[in-house]
Design a protein around this ligand. Structure first.
Ligand SMILES: CC(C)(COP(=O)(O)OP(=O)(O)OC[C@H]1O[C@@H](n2cnc3c(N)ncnc32)[C@H](O)[C@@H]1OP(=O)(O)O)[C@@H](O)C(=O)NCCC(=O)NCCS
Length: 187
């Protein structure tokens, strides 16, 4: 039997798998230095082949019934605006799930990242049963740090990066959130 494929809905957003039809918009939104400069694990320049491979990977992830990677779309129009997942760069040797996210530039500063991250965390804790999630950002990525802090992450110290990121940083601030009711020592 095919496992159910979770779709996460918020007031304004739908977190869903990437579809083949998203390819052109995915490439248009993510092949942008102002996005790529902050997400060193996303190829840049970003080609259609990169997009096809990513869409296929996310579709395989959703076929498991316990996906960790989602497209972010506007609920009203269906417009693809970005991506969010628990497959971010962990920044070190750990099994702790790492949050990653990006939005296309036209969709910044409308509160969409906070809305998507809050919904993904709720899914991670209540549906996937995770007890902690980590995230790290470029030291200069204050927009992303604001997203994390406003979603309940706490700064827990700086980490050494295995290799310098796209902006040449060797160290980065690490943030962590613990599931409601879980012991902070669980990680
Ligand atoms: C980091 C990033 C995801 C932030 O996206 P975002 O949607 O602008 O972030 P938020 O959800 O926090 O939006 C908050 C902003 O929207 C404004 N806003 C407007 N309407 C809002 C609403 N209804 N609710 C909340 N905030 C709203 C807020 O005032 C705030 O602006 P401010 O920071 O100037 O005060 C985005 O800039 C991005 O994709 N950057 C490139 C990739 C990246 O950095 N990824 C993270 C790597 S660690």
């Amino acid at each position: 039997m095919t496992p159910p494929r979770p779709v996460i809905e918020t007031a304004r957003l739908r977190l869903r798998p990437f579809r083949d039809a998203d390819l052109a918009e995915l490439v248009r939104l993510i092949n942008d230095w102002q996005v790529a400069r902050w997400v060193s694990n996303v190829p840049h320049p970003y080609t259609e082949d990169d997009g096809r491979a990513w869409i296929a990977l996310v579709q395989e992830d959703h076929a498991t019934g316990r996906p960790q990677r989602f497209a972010i779309a506007l609920k009203d129009s269906g417009q693809l605006i970005g991506g969010v997942g628990l497959d971010g760069d962990r920044g070190g040797d750990t099994d702790e799930a790492a949050l990653g996210y990006w939005l296309g530039q036209p969709y910044w500063r409308r509160g969409y990242a906070r809305e998507a991250v809050a919904a993904l965390l709720d899914y991670a804790f209540r549906k996937l049963g995770l007890t902690t999630v980590r995230a790290y950002t470029d030291p200069a990525n204050s927009d992303s740090q604001k997203v994390l802090l406003s979603c309940g992450f706490a700064y827990v110290g700086d980490i050494d990066l295995a290799k310098p990121n796209r902006n040449g940083a060797h160290r980065a601030p690490l943030f962590r959130i613990t599931a409601p009711g879980a012991s902070a020592g669980a990680c």
